[in-house]
Design a protein around this ligand. Structure first.
Ligand code: DP6
Length: 332
């Protein structure tokens, strides 16, 4: 037996500015539309993978053995890596999120991006970034974007095998000093996971088709705003995309409601700041937290205002961050 070769990779989470909400294929996890995001320098995942002689895959999350469902999802992902590398060995996967998983902010985006990179390298594969993105997407759609840093666009793709449903970096956004202020409005995991919620929306919401029909226009507007570094133009798309995604989910039957009272109060705070002259715009994912996009120079004041909102527990300021990378690869 050769000593297990452990590889550690880190990835930042990303926040979608144009949301992904719906799939065109469940097995390959192909999105029904494109999306566009910003990878962050914090709220990420650090994952170490070592293939060894164990009789099954083990997944340790934030220092404790993960539950059966999470372990099965990781193991199914490793099956794809093993098939590609012609490898039979099981693995020990150790992941740490840079915010407690229980805060409801831990993300499958950074998790599967870090896992895709660490697992392929530990299996002896060196995949080019687009292939890594396609692989990460099978774990979680948003993870395809965290392979890359800064502004990132995810393609819907047309092919049945998913090879073109990949993300790409948008270098035209590099160096743009924006920030996302993440207002935490609750503790505990989200009420309904995004996979189940988007499937339920697609099946039961009369607004789902209208939601999808609007995405290409939002993507085009976001691309143009990023190329022009025009924050109000980008911000208009960001709020519209989030609200239309939530409108589709709210109209599902039964309804999916992610917001709480503090979510609405934080949205109102963002609008008040804007009315007073600060260029700040919110987005909301599959949970109650509010993320406010603004210029770096305004971030401290925006975060302070959000922290003062009743029900907001804390507000973290995140900057654009790099894509997934290997940080330790002993024996290499
Ligand atoms: C609201 O990527 O978590 O954050 O592909 O089923 O794992 P799966 O879904 P996931 O969905 C993300 C939903 C979102 C919007 C986004 O990140 O684009």
């Amino acid at each position: 037996m050769t000593a297990p070769k452990a590889v550690t990779a880190v990835a930042g989470t990303n926040i979608a500015l144009v949301k992904y909400w719906g799939k065109r294929d469940a097995a390959l996890n192909l999105p029904a539309a494109g999306s566009l995001s910003l990878t962050l320098d914090r709220l990420g995942t650090r994952t170490t993978v070592a293939f060894d002689d164990g009789d099954r895959d083990r997944f340790v999350l934030d220092g404790a053995p993960a539950g059966d469902a999470a372990t099965a999802r990781v193991s199914a992902f490793l099956d794809r890596v093993r098939a590609r590398a012609a490898l039979a060995r099981r693995a020990l996967v150790q992941s740490e999120n840079s915010v407690p998983t229980a805060a409801g902010l831990a993300s499958s985006a950074s998790g599967f991006a870090a896992l895709a990179l660490a697992a392929t390298r530990a299996a002896g594969l060196e995949l080019p970034a687009p292939e890594l993105s396609a692989l990460a997407r099978i774990g979680s759609g948003s993870a395809a974007r965290s392979i890359f840093g800064g502004f990132v666009e995810m393609a819907r793709g047309e092919s049945a095998d998913g090879s073109d449903a990949i993300a790409r970096a948008m270098p035209e956004g590099d160096g743009w000093e924006v920030r996302l202020c993440v207002a935490i409005t609750a503790v505990g995991p989200k009420a309904i996971g995004s996979t189940a919620a988007m499937t339920h929306t697609a099946r039961t919401s009369p607004f789902y088709d209208a939601w999808l029909a609007g995405v290409p226009g939002d993507l085009a507007a976001a691309r143009a705003a990023i190329a022009a570094r025009h924050l109000p133009a980008l911000g208009a798309v960001v709020e519209r995309s989030a609200l239309r995604m939530h409108a589709a989910a709210l109209a599902a039957d039964p309804a999916i409601i992610y917001w709480n009272a503090a979510t609405l109060a934080a949205m109102d705070c963002v609008h008040t700041l804007r009315a007073r002259g600060t260029a700040v715009f919110f987005t909301i994912d599959a949970g109650p937290h509010v993320k406010a996009l603004c210029r770096a120079a305004d971030a401290d004041a925006v975060a302070e205002a959000l922290r003062a909102v009743p029900g907001v527990i804390d507000c973290l300021v995140a900057a654009p961050g790099p894509g997934a990378r290997v940080v330790e690869a002993p024996g290499r």
